[in-house]
Write a protein that binds this ligand. Sequence first.
Ligand code: 13P
Length: 259
Amino acid sequence: MPEAAPRRPLVVGNWKMHMTVAEARSYIAELGPLLPGHEAVEVGICPPFTALAACVEELRDSEIAVYAQTMHEGESGGHTGEISAPMLTELGVDGVVLGHSERRRDNAETDRALSEKLPAALEAKLRPILCVGETEAERDDGDTERRLRHQVQEALESVADESLPDVVIAYEPIWAIGSGRSATAEQVQEAIGFIRALVGDRSAPAAERVRVLYGGSVKGENAAELLAGPDVDGALVGGASLEAPELAAIVAAAARISA
Ligand code: 13P
């Protein structure tokens, strides 16, 4: 039996529509000293577009990665207000969150568009974090797996099997986002195990290597429990990530689990 490929845990703070450039700079100055000793965990932040360049500059000598919160699938063109993958790469951005439920809700982002955004991000050497997750009604109706299957399969349709491990998937049940009501550790492991199996339907080696995160009301105090499942490779954190000590506490919890 070949040894299972290790998956380095990943904790990413999604700032959403928060943080001016000045606030971002002081956040980074605060976060840096809180993180040493957590090399086992990869850490990232997702500032709004306006703070990306400042964050890349502040983190030039750091291991902390910078992710954009969305991008357009095209390289350039008549798409007012949009940003392309090469524009992000030029800034020195490391990755991009794609398909967040708030963008699906507010900006009509579709699985079809995502199936073009993922290859465009990979082509530009950006690490995509693909967000998937069911509504509360879908969970209540027993439709969670159907929803996840559709989202994962369609978004990854045009990604080559050998590139699947370069994608990160975040399971973010919509009812748990910003609600203070996280999924249970069992629900998290079950859904993430299912997502890994979906990747396995494409490629068994890719399923061993692809990282799948949980997002939805993760905080310092519940991270150890939520991230403990064997298939759970870290967290995509919203509200709690706006406080540097909270993000650092979640990173510390992920480091303890992986130790
Ligand atoms: P909260 O952590 O605020 O629930 O947000 C989760 C999220 O949407 C991360 O992308």
